[in-house]
Design a binder for this molecule. Structure first.
Ligand SMILES: CC(C)(COP(=O)(O)OP(=O)(O)OC[C@H]1O[C@@H](n2cnc3c(N)ncnc32)[C@H](O)[C@@H]1OP(=O)(O)O)[C@@H](O)C(=O)NCCC(=O)NCCS
Length: 156
């Protein structure tokens, strides 16, 4: 994880997301389109940080304790029919901080995490309406491999 100067001369630091980040992370989750209470997010971050198969990183301004301006989370997906892959489940950069390479750096951390676990593929599923994000992934070396419908059923 590294710190480097950004276009607007703010230094951005990438570190693991921690339960104490829940308030800021919840606000960003709202910008991603998933509003959720901070307490729920705190519990989820806590659970995630105890799993070897999951990871979340925060982009912060300045040092470790700086303001959070983005986060990414990923999980290993293991199925019978193909080799394990690391799947980005959520990625968001604060609206006023977009276009400065922060999203790219968060993706790089997940890619490094996948490599560290000898997993060679990173995958992300992105809603059809998120055209800006599609442009971002394509520019970042990802390629579109399929278009799917998503089905779900409540069981509780
Ligand atoms: C997609 C997202 C994470 C990219 O983060 P970022 O820090 O702006 O990305 P970078 O600065 O590394 O890369 C910039 C590229 O992202 C894309 N981008 C998407 N939305 C953008 C925005 N509002 N402002 C600037 N660039 C944006 C563009 O392709 C841009 O490349 P370009 O300058 O050549 O057009 C961020 O725009 C975001 O949080 N979007 C809303 C949530 C979202 O769609 N998340 C992805 C879910 S799958």
């Amino acid at each position: 994880m590294s710190t480097s100067p950004q276009r607007n001369s703010l230094a951005i630091h990438i570190r693991r997301l921690a339960p104490r980040d829940a308030d800021a992370a919840a606000e960003l989750s709202g910008q991603l389109g998933y509003s959720c209470p901070s307490d729920d997010l705190r519990d989820r971050i806590d659970e995630l940080s105890r799993s070897a198969d999951r990871v979340a990183f925060a982009a912060v301004i300045g040092n470790q304790d700086g303001e959070i301006v983005g986060w990414i989370d990923a999980a290993m997906e293991r199925h019978l029919q193909y080799a394990a892959s690391a799947v980005i489940g959520g990625l968001v950069v604060r609206e006023d901080m977009r276009g400065q390479g922060i999203g790219r750096r968060l993706c790089l951390e997940v890619e490094e995490w996948a490599r560290s676990q000898s997993v060679s593929l990173v995958r992300v599923r992105s809603q059809i309406k998120r055209e800006d994000a599609h442009r971002f992934y394509l520019r970042d070396g990802y390629r579109q491999v399929k278009t799917s419908l998503v089905f779900e059923k409540k069981v509780l």
